[in-house]
Design a protein around this ligand. Structure first.
Ligand code: HEC
Length: 88
């Protein structure tokens, strides 16, 4: 989480809340879809519909998207270091 926060610029407490939403809400209908399995653009596309599926508020949706994209940027960063250390 510390590393994710540093790379993404999202505060640790928001990442933890987003992670909590992800774990509790996003594995109900299917296996949890890992942050790294979708492209950033696809996450942005899919997330509103899935949050509607899960009955989430806009606030939870924002937390969740931050978490997923932060997790993804860390993962991408490990695969290939991008200029500036950011993968988003
Ligand atoms: C907010 C948490 C959450 C996330 C993140 C999430 N889902 Fe889904 N999800 C589906 C269904 C059904 C599909 C496949 C059909 C579709 O794409 O609409 C799907 C597909 C997806 C896909 C597309 C997979 C791919 O490879 O393209 C992603 C990503 C996804 N869900 C993420 C029902 C749900 C339900 C059931 C009420 C909930 C809750 C739900 N999903 C909550 C979530």
């Amino acid at each position: 989480m510390e590393e994710m926060s540093k790379i993404s610029g999202v505060p640790v407490d928001r990442l933890q809340r987003g992670h909590g939403v992800y774990l509790t809400q996003c594995g109900q209908c299917h296996e949890l879809v890992k942050p790294e399995s979708l492209k950033v653009a696809d996450w942005r596309l899919v997330m509103p519909g899935m949050c509607w599926n899960a009955g989430l508020t806009r606030a939870d949706e924002a937390l969740l998207l931050e978490y997923v994209l932060a997790a993804k940027s860390v993962d991408d960063g490990k695969k290939k270091a991008l200029p500036g250390g950011r993968a988003l």
